[in-house]
Design a protein around this ligand. Structure first.
Ligand code: ATP
Length: 250
Protein backbone atom coordinates (compact mmCIF):
# COMPACT_ATOMS: atom_id res chain seq x y z
CA UNK A 1 0.00 0.00 0.00
CA UNK A 2 1.21 3.51 -0.83
CA UNK A 3 -0.74 4.96 2.06
CA UNK A 4 -2.11 3.40 5.22
CA UNK A 5 -3.91 4.76 8.28
CA UNK A 6 -4.55 2.47 11.23
CA UNK A 7 -6.73 3.00 14.30
CA UNK A 8 -7.14 6.74 13.67
CA UNK A 9 -9.08 8.56 16.40
CA UNK A 10 -9.93 12.26 16.21
CA UNK A 11 -11.95 13.97 18.92
CA UNK A 12 -13.38 17.47 19.00
CA UNK A 13 -14.07 18.00 22.71
CA UNK A 14 -16.52 15.25 23.62
CA UNK A 15 -17.35 14.38 20.01
CA UNK A 16 -15.54 11.44 18.44
CA UNK A 17 -15.34 12.47 14.77
CA UNK A 18 -13.10 9.53 13.79
CA UNK A 19 -13.42 6.30 15.73
CA UNK A 20 -10.52 3.87 15.10
CA UNK A 21 -10.52 4.31 11.33
CA UNK A 22 -8.41 2.04 9.12
CA UNK A 23 -7.94 3.26 5.55
CA UNK A 24 -5.47 2.36 2.81
CA UNK A 25 -4.75 3.17 -0.82
CA UNK A 26 -2.60 1.11 -3.20
CA UNK A 27 -0.30 2.46 -5.89
CA UNK A 28 -2.26 3.29 -9.03
CA UNK A 29 -5.57 2.87 -7.23
CA UNK A 30 -8.59 5.16 -7.10
CA UNK A 31 -10.18 4.81 -3.66
CA UNK A 32 -13.57 6.41 -3.26
CA UNK A 33 -14.59 7.71 0.16
CA UNK A 34 -18.34 7.93 0.67
CA UNK A 35 -20.68 8.58 3.59
CA UNK A 36 -23.59 10.73 4.66
CA UNK A 37 -23.22 14.33 5.83
CA UNK A 38 -21.30 14.36 9.10
CA UNK A 39 -19.96 10.81 8.64
CA UNK A 40 -16.38 12.03 9.03
CA UNK A 41 -15.06 12.19 5.44
CA UNK A 42 -13.72 15.75 5.67
CA UNK A 43 -12.14 15.08 9.04
CA UNK A 44 -10.46 11.97 7.60
CA UNK A 45 -8.98 13.77 4.59
CA UNK A 46 -7.86 16.66 6.78
CA UNK A 47 -6.02 14.11 8.90
CA UNK A 48 -4.43 12.56 5.77
CA UNK A 49 -3.37 15.96 4.53
CA UNK A 50 -1.86 17.35 7.73
CA UNK A 51 -4.62 19.86 8.51
CA UNK A 52 -5.64 17.84 11.61
CA UNK A 53 -3.34 15.89 13.91
CA UNK A 54 -4.97 12.61 15.02
CA UNK A 55 -5.37 11.87 18.75
CA UNK A 56 -4.53 8.19 18.21
CA UNK A 57 -3.42 5.89 15.44
CA UNK A 58 -0.65 5.71 12.86
CA UNK A 59 -0.15 6.96 9.32
CA UNK A 60 2.29 5.45 6.83
CA UNK A 61 3.25 6.93 3.48
CA UNK A 62 5.25 4.71 1.12
CA UNK A 63 6.11 2.37 3.99
CA UNK A 64 7.36 5.06 6.39
CA UNK A 65 5.61 6.27 9.53
CA UNK A 66 4.72 9.94 9.22
CA UNK A 67 3.46 12.50 11.75
CA UNK A 68 2.17 15.48 9.84
CA UNK A 69 1.87 18.68 11.82
CA UNK A 70 0.89 20.85 8.85
CA UNK A 71 -0.36 20.57 5.25
CA UNK A 72 3.13 21.59 4.08
CA UNK A 73 4.59 18.46 5.70
CA UNK A 74 2.01 16.28 3.93
CA UNK A 75 2.80 17.95 0.59
CA UNK A 76 6.50 17.34 1.19
CA UNK A 77 5.71 13.62 1.62
CA UNK A 78 3.87 13.53 -1.71
CA UNK A 79 0.26 13.97 -0.56
CA UNK A 80 -1.67 16.69 -2.39
CA UNK A 81 -5.21 17.70 -1.51
CA UNK A 82 -7.42 19.46 -4.01
CA UNK A 83 -10.33 21.02 -2.17
CA UNK A 84 -13.53 22.18 -3.86
CA UNK A 85 -12.39 25.79 -3.64
CA UNK A 86 -9.13 24.69 -5.35
CA UNK A 87 -6.80 27.33 -3.90
CA UNK A 88 -5.76 28.57 -7.33
CA UNK A 89 -5.00 32.24 -7.85
CA UNK A 90 -7.71 33.50 -10.24
CA UNK A 91 -5.83 36.57 -11.41
CA UNK A 92 -2.74 34.60 -12.38
CA UNK A 93 -1.96 32.60 -15.49
CA UNK A 94 -1.94 28.81 -15.75
CA UNK A 95 1.88 28.76 -15.77
CA UNK A 96 2.12 31.00 -12.71
CA UNK A 97 -0.40 28.88 -10.79
CA UNK A 98 1.40 25.65 -11.58
CA UNK A 99 4.74 27.10 -10.42
CA UNK A 100 3.42 29.20 -7.53
CA UNK A 101 6.03 28.96 -4.79
CA UNK A 102 8.36 26.72 -6.77
CA UNK A 103 9.42 28.82 -9.72
CA UNK A 104 12.28 27.59 -11.92
CA UNK A 105 15.19 30.03 -11.82
CA UNK A 106 18.38 30.25 -13.80
CA UNK A 107 21.37 32.43 -13.06
CA UNK A 108 22.13 35.24 -15.47
CA UNK A 109 25.52 36.80 -14.67
CA UNK A 110 25.24 35.19 -11.24
CA UNK A 111 21.75 36.64 -10.51
CA UNK A 112 18.80 34.18 -10.39
CA UNK A 113 16.11 35.04 -12.93
CA UNK A 114 12.81 33.26 -13.57
CA UNK A 115 13.24 30.72 -16.35
CA UNK A 116 9.90 31.36 -18.03
CA UNK A 117 10.75 29.24 -21.03
CA UNK A 118 11.40 26.16 -18.86
CA UNK A 119 8.22 26.77 -16.85
CA UNK A 120 6.11 27.15 -20.00
CA UNK A 121 7.56 23.97 -21.46
CA UNK A 122 6.91 21.99 -18.28
CA UNK A 123 3.35 23.40 -18.03
CA UNK A 124 2.55 22.28 -21.58
CA UNK A 125 3.98 18.82 -20.86
CA UNK A 126 1.93 18.41 -17.68
CA UNK A 127 -1.30 19.55 -19.35
CA UNK A 128 -0.83 17.26 -22.33
CA UNK A 129 0.04 14.30 -20.06
CA UNK A 130 -3.32 14.81 -18.35
CA UNK A 131 -5.10 15.74 -21.57
CA UNK A 132 -6.14 19.08 -20.10
CA UNK A 133 -7.06 21.64 -22.76
CA UNK A 134 -6.94 25.32 -21.83
CA UNK A 135 -7.36 28.28 -24.19
CA UNK A 136 -3.76 29.33 -23.47
CA UNK A 137 -1.25 28.72 -20.70
CA UNK A 138 -1.07 32.51 -20.43
CA UNK A 139 -4.79 32.92 -19.70
CA UNK A 140 -5.95 33.86 -16.25
CA UNK A 141 -7.33 30.91 -14.35
CA UNK A 142 -10.50 32.82 -13.38
CA UNK A 143 -11.53 32.96 -17.06
CA UNK A 144 -11.63 29.14 -17.27
CA UNK A 145 -14.36 26.57 -16.76
CA UNK A 146 -14.61 24.52 -13.57
CA UNK A 147 -13.27 21.43 -15.35
CA UNK A 148 -10.28 23.28 -16.76
CA UNK A 149 -9.51 24.66 -13.32
CA UNK A 150 -9.63 21.15 -11.85
CA UNK A 151 -7.14 20.14 -14.55
CA UNK A 152 -4.80 23.00 -13.63
CA UNK A 153 -5.03 22.09 -9.94
CA UNK A 154 -4.13 18.47 -10.74
CA UNK A 155 -1.22 19.57 -12.96
CA UNK A 156 0.02 21.72 -10.08
CA UNK A 157 -0.10 18.70 -7.75
CA UNK A 158 1.88 16.61 -10.26
CA UNK A 159 4.42 19.38 -10.61
CA UNK A 160 4.94 19.14 -6.85
CA UNK A 161 5.58 15.41 -7.30
CA UNK A 162 2.39 14.27 -5.56
CA UNK A 163 1.99 10.48 -5.45
CA UNK A 164 -1.33 10.53 -3.57
CA UNK A 165 -3.92 13.03 -4.76
CA UNK A 166 -6.97 13.63 -2.59
CA UNK A 167 -9.92 15.18 -4.39
CA UNK A 168 -12.85 16.59 -2.41
CA UNK A 169 -16.06 16.57 -4.47
CA UNK A 170 -14.26 17.49 -7.71
CA UNK A 171 -17.37 17.14 -9.87
CA UNK A 172 -19.94 18.73 -7.54
CA UNK A 173 -20.27 22.09 -9.27
CA UNK A 174 -19.71 20.98 -12.87
CA UNK A 175 -21.82 20.61 -16.00
CA UNK A 176 -22.14 17.12 -17.47
CA UNK A 177 -19.42 17.44 -20.15
CA UNK A 178 -17.04 18.88 -17.57
CA UNK A 179 -17.74 16.01 -15.17
CA UNK A 180 -16.71 13.57 -17.92
CA UNK A 181 -13.48 15.47 -18.36
CA UNK A 182 -12.61 15.43 -14.66
CA UNK A 183 -13.34 11.69 -14.47
CA UNK A 184 -10.92 11.27 -17.42
CA UNK A 185 -8.26 13.25 -15.52
CA UNK A 186 -8.66 10.85 -12.61
CA UNK A 187 -8.28 7.84 -14.93
CA UNK A 188 -5.15 9.46 -16.42
CA UNK A 189 -3.66 9.85 -12.96
CA UNK A 190 -4.26 6.17 -12.28
CA UNK A 191 -2.70 5.23 -15.64
CA UNK A 192 0.41 7.14 -14.54
CA UNK A 193 0.62 5.05 -11.37
CA UNK A 194 -0.66 7.80 -9.08
CA UNK A 195 -3.04 7.01 -6.23
CA UNK A 196 -6.25 8.97 -5.81
CA UNK A 197 -8.71 9.40 -2.94
CA UNK A 198 -12.02 10.61 -4.32
CA UNK A 199 -14.69 12.01 -2.00
CA UNK A 200 -18.01 12.13 -3.78
CA UNK A 201 -21.71 12.09 -3.08
CA UNK A 202 -22.28 11.05 -6.69
CA UNK A 203 -22.52 7.25 -6.70
CA UNK A 204 -22.52 7.09 -10.50
CA UNK A 205 -19.15 8.91 -10.66
CA UNK A 206 -17.81 6.68 -7.90
CA UNK A 207 -18.76 3.55 -9.83
CA UNK A 208 -17.33 4.86 -13.06
CA UNK A 209 -13.90 5.69 -11.79
CA UNK A 210 -13.02 3.90 -8.53
CA UNK A 211 -11.28 0.59 -7.86
CA UNK A 212 -12.45 0.34 -4.25
CA UNK A 213 -14.97 2.15 -2.09
CA UNK A 214 -14.63 2.95 1.63
CA UNK A 215 -17.88 3.72 3.40
CA UNK A 216 -17.92 5.91 6.50
CA UNK A 217 -20.75 6.10 8.96
CA UNK A 218 -20.83 7.88 12.34
CA UNK A 219 -17.05 8.37 12.35
CA UNK A 220 -16.22 4.76 11.55
CA UNK A 221 -15.10 3.12 8.35
CA UNK A 222 -17.81 0.46 8.24
CA UNK A 223 -17.04 -1.23 4.92
CA UNK A 224 -14.53 -1.43 2.09
CA UNK A 225 -15.70 -2.94 -1.19
CA UNK A 226 -14.11 -3.65 -4.54
CA UNK A 227 -16.14 -1.59 -6.98
CA UNK A 228 -16.38 -4.44 -9.50
CA UNK A 229 -17.85 -6.73 -6.82
CA UNK A 230 -20.53 -4.49 -5.36
CA UNK A 231 -23.57 -2.53 -6.53
CA UNK A 232 -24.82 1.04 -6.06
CA UNK A 233 -27.71 -0.43 -4.04
CA UNK A 234 -25.35 -2.11 -1.59
CA UNK A 235 -23.24 1.06 -1.20
CA UNK A 236 -26.30 3.29 -0.68
CA UNK A 237 -27.59 0.78 1.90
CA UNK A 238 -24.28 0.99 3.75
CA UNK A 239 -24.24 4.81 3.62
CA UNK A 240 -27.78 5.18 4.94
CA UNK A 241 -27.62 2.36 7.45
CA UNK A 242 -30.35 0.30 5.74
CA UNK A 243 -28.28 -2.83 6.45
CA UNK A 244 -28.45 -2.04 10.20
CA UNK A 245 -32.26 -1.76 10.03
CA UNK A 246 -32.48 -5.13 8.25
CA UNK A 247 -30.11 -6.76 10.74
CA UNK A 248 -32.13 -5.41 13.69
CA UNK A 249 -35.40 -6.66 12.17
CA UNK A 250 -34.17 -10.20 11.53
N1 ATP B 1 -13.45 21.53 13.71
C1 ATP B 1 -14.46 20.87 14.25
N2 ATP B 1 -14.88 21.08 15.50
C2 ATP B 1 -15.88 20.39 16.07
N3 ATP B 1 -16.56 19.40 15.42
C3 ATP B 1 -16.21 19.12 14.17
C4 ATP B 1 -15.15 19.84 13.50
N4 ATP B 1 -15.02 19.33 12.25
C5 ATP B 1 -15.96 18.37 12.12
N5 ATP B 1 -16.66 18.24 13.28
C6 ATP B 1 -17.74 17.26 13.51
O1 ATP B 1 -17.21 16.00 13.19
C7 ATP B 1 -18.21 15.19 12.56
C8 ATP B 1 -17.73 14.74 11.18
O2 ATP B 1 -17.75 15.86 10.30
P1 ATP B 1 -17.13 15.85 8.83
O3 ATP B 1 -17.18 17.27 8.35
O4 ATP B 1 -15.83 15.17 8.84
O5 ATP B 1 -18.20 14.98 8.04
P2 ATP B 1 -18.36 14.77 6.46
O6 ATP B 1 -18.57 13.31 6.26
O7 ATP B 1 -17.23 15.40 5.76
O8 ATP B 1 -19.69 15.55 6.13
P3 ATP B 1 -20.11 16.40 4.81
O9 ATP B 1 -20.39 15.42 3.73
O10 ATP B 1 -21.33 17.12 5.27
O11 ATP B 1 -18.97 17.32 4.50
C9 ATP B 1 -19.48 16.04 12.51
O12 ATP B 1 -20.27 15.69 13.63
C10 ATP B 1 -18.95 17.45 12.63
O13 ATP B 1 -19.90 18.30 13.20
Amino acid sequence: MVFRMSGIVKRFGGLVALDRVDFSVAKGEVMALVGDNGAGKSTLIKTMSGAHVPDEGTIEMEGKLVHFRSPQEAWASGIATIYQELALAGKMTVVDNIFLGREIKKPVLGVPFLDRQAMRKRTSELLSQLDVHVPSIDSWVESMSGGQRQGVAIARALNMDARLIIMDEPTAALAVAEVRKVLEFIKNLRAQGKSVVLISHNIQDVFEVSDRISVMRHGRCIAVRETAKTTPQEIIGLITGAHEVRAAAS
